[in-house]
Design a protein around this ligand. Sequence first.
Ligand code: PAF
Length: 284
Amino acid sequence: MRVVKTISEVREFVRSVRKGGGCVGLVPTMGALHAGHLALIRKSVRQDDATVVSIFVNPTQFGPAEDLAAYPRSLEQDVAACQAEGVDLIFAPDVTNMYPEGFATYVEVEGLTDGLCGRFRPGHFRGVTTIVSKLLNIVQPDRAYFGEKDYQQLIVIKRMAADLNFPIEIVPVSTVREKDGLAISSRNVYLTAEERAVAPALYRALEQAAQAVGDGASGRDAEEIVKQTLEGEPLFKLQYVEAVHPETLEPRGDQGTPMVIAAAAHLGSTRLIDNIKIEGRDQC
Ligand code: PAF
């Protein structure tokens, strides 16, 4: 496994894989790798002849009041984890490799980025789609892997790849959870012991709402269930809960399945996001 910083080294590596008739998978990350990332990496290692992992804390997707400077960075451990999983190349560029002086071009997906996290993190998805399109252009993989935990990100990236004709399969990977249900995230390290103890309440609230939807409840009912459940958890400050269509991300309102119930909540200074998907019922 090699660790490279420059775009030309990545291109040279990918050229050599392609020369041998191999296919390439890309796992874009911001580092601080955890079990969720490892699930993406393992899927690529299984499916692709060569796996490239990018590690880049992308400044353009952080708002001015967000945690860019404090975002966990652990390149040495990340390199060891990738090595153990059979990754072939790590691309860990500096900010100047990705955003040289004079950089002025951004990629923006309209509509899908308006609601959910987009409402509270203006400019976030513009930063994500810009960096992901750059990575897709640099690596030119056959497949790129994204976690379902960042559900809106996954849908936005799928739309971008289709709209801009990237000849790439976007592969979704299920959320990896701790035993108590908490979705694994790089930001979980910020939680105090007290916050960590109550953190699984977010997913439990989503599960309760999903159960009700399975029994015929509407999107609006589902949102109410999550709100009421988390009102009983004084450490939680719910930022939003929205029940949306899994592809269009349109609010479900009075409608039922198919549905994704997505929520963001603050536990102290840590912002957690999670979601649950309820498939449509088969017609009789
Ligand atoms: O999901 C993430 O870690 C980031 O948003 C991504 C896709 C690597 C882009 O910086």
